[in-house]
Design a protein around this ligand. Structure first.
Ligand code: TTP
Ligand code: MG
Length: 242
């Protein structure tokens, strides 16, 4: 039956409003991303970046238009198969009460210890874990050790990586990382060859992407590479200069 094979993503005339309101938060979005490409999404607060993310694993369904994965409407996938192929790292990292291993392996209970460590290495959190009192057995969450915002973000990224997703979606998940650590992380992500959506506030991150989508009030303000946007989008130039 239908599973995600390659990770191509296409939005076709997508509009969206939340069920409890009729105010559109996304308006007529069309773009496509090839398997393995990276798309950086920029836009001011409330411009609809998180809302856009939610439509791919069907946390919400579009109100108009279509989201296609590998050329097929996401509505046609069994939802478990669809979600299995997509790693979503939410804007607020969520830790569960339990060990580091349990937190990384959450949702993939058959993950081996090697797979857990390898995901942690790539997410740039392994060295931190090694320094904890009981390393991977250290308890986090309630009555556990305290972790910084950036450490929680990286654990949450490791949780997505251990599933080897075809599509990886990072919602501002590197905001608390210094540039050097973020650089190492982005380099490690490339070895996964997954299609990557990355919401970011940093131009340095956007510059590395194959495409940049600049959202403004739920609509596409600009689409292209860093160089293209410098020439076509006054709003992008303003962000770069700020
Ligand atoms: P978001 O999609 O949350 O905007 P954003 O992710 O670009 O903003 P930020 O940089 O701050 O993370 O919001 C777009 C609009 O949708 C906004 O008016 C709030 C609304 N909204 C809801 O009504 N319900 C929701 O669950 C979410 C996520 C957003
Ligand atoms: Mg958001």
């Amino acid at each position: 039956s239908l599973t995600i094979n390659k990770g191509a993503v296409e939005f076709k005339n997508v509009s969206f409003h939340y069920p409890e309101s009729d105010v559109p938060v996304l308006r007529n979005l069309s773009f496509s991303v090839k398997p393995g490409e990276t798309l950086a999404i920029l836009g001011s607060t409330g411009s609809g970046k998180t809302s856009l993310f939610q439509l791919v694993p069907r946390l919400y369904d579009v109100t108009e238009g279509e989201v296609l994965v590998d050329g097929k409407n996401v509505m046609n996938y069994p939802i478990e198969k669809l979600r299995k192929g997509i790693g979503v790292v939410p804007q607020e990292a969520v830790l569960f009460t339990g060990s580091i291993t349990e937190n990384i392996g959450w949702g993939k209970e058959d993950a081996t210890s090697d797979e857990i460590i390898s995901a942690a290495v790539d997410a740039q959190i392994h060295e931190t874990v090694e320094k904890l009192p009981n390393q991977y057995d250290t308890r986090v969450g309630q009555r556990g050790v305290n972790l910084s915002g950036g450490q929680k973000q990286r654990l949450s990224i490791a949780r997505a990586l251990v599933r080897k997703p075809k599509i990886l979606m990072l919602d501002d998940s590197t905001s608390a990382l210094d540039l050097k650590t973020e650089g190492k992380l982005l380099k490690a992500l490339r070895t996964y060859s997954c299609t990557t959506f990355i919401i970011t506030q940093k131009i340095s991150t956007a510059m590395e992407a194959d495409h940049i989508l600049l959202l403004d009030d739920g609509a596409v303000e600009a689409w292209g590479t860093h160089e293209e946007l410098l020439n076509t989008s006054p709003l992008y130039v303003k962000i770069v200069q700020s």
